[in-house]
Design a protein around this ligand. Structure first.
Ligand code: ATP
Ligand code: MG
Length: 227
């Protein structure tokens, strides 16, 4: 089943002479549970695409369907709720809240959404992420790899349908990168979470089920590696 459908997506930043067409008529579908890598040169539109998929920023034109919901037909409030419940976003620089500890950072999206914390899900997440002895630590008391694991925990706390990661290992050494990718793959397989990762790292891209290459705001190549 298709979990994501993108139709004729265009995004232009600014207007007039300074307008930048970051996405130019992008269409594709993603089956549920797929691990998709998005590659392409700097400035080609990868992050822009991920933001459009994640309900973070509205496209100039075109549509994004998640589980048949036309997400940009939703009003701002419903789009925010949809984003919190269905999407897990992971960034290169973690974006943790500095004054909140590990446990608070991970549970923040649930609290913002007025949801009860599912203690057994939280405990399992913490065990898998290996953060059990760091729950009371603040982000600046953690290593880069640990901070990224916290941001994965935050993205997965609500069991999202789709996990979107923008160069999640771009700031990590190779050992930590491998650990982070293994974790994301494990969640992708065991929980059937659809996983979309932007990466410059060929070793990571080659672990995906499919690679989409973006160039100048368009799909230059779309290759299924494994079913
Ligand atoms: N908020 C913005 N306002 C204006 N232009 C923007 C904005 N965000 C991105 N752009 C432009 O849109 C184009 C695509 O940017 P995007 O961030 O999607 O690229 P990218 O493929 O993620 O690059 P990188 O690999 O360097 O992260 C670039 O030319 C960029 O300068
Ligand atoms: Mg980017």
């Amino acid at each position: 089943m298709e979990i994501l459908k993108v139709e004729h997506l265009c995004k232009t930043y600014g207007s007039g002479e300074t307008a930048v067409r970051a996405l130019d008529d992008v269409s594709f579908t993603v089956p549920e549970g797929q691990f998709l890598a998005i590659i392409g040169p700097s400035g080609s539109g990868k992050s822009t695409l991920l933001h459009m998929l994640g309900g973070v920023d509205r496209p100039t034109s075109g549509r994004v369907y998640v589980n048949d919901t036309d997400i940009y037909a939703l009003n701002e409030t419903n789009l925010a709720i949809f984003r919190r419940r269905q999407m897990g976003l992971i960034y290169q620089f973690y974006n943790l809240i500095p004054v909140l500890n590990v446990e608070e950072n991970i549970n923040l999206p649930l609290l913002l959404d007025g949801q009860k914390i599912d203690r057994s899900h939280f405990d399992e997440l913490i065990r898998i992420l290996g953060l059990g002895d760091r729950l009371g630590h603040l982000p600046n008391q953690l290593s880069g790899g640990q901070q990224q694991r916290v941001s994965i925990g935050r993205a997965l706390a609500n069991n999202p349908a789709i996990v979107l990661a923008d160069e999640p290992t771009g700031n990590l050494d190779s050992k930590n990168s491998e650990d982070i990718v293994s974790l994301l793959k494990m969640f992708n397989r065991n929980y059937r979470q659809t996983l979309i990762i932007i990466t410059h790292d060929e070793k990571i891209a080659l672990q995906a089920d499919r690679i989409i290459a973006i160039e100048d705001g368009s799909i230059a190549k779309d290759e299924v590696i494994r079913q």
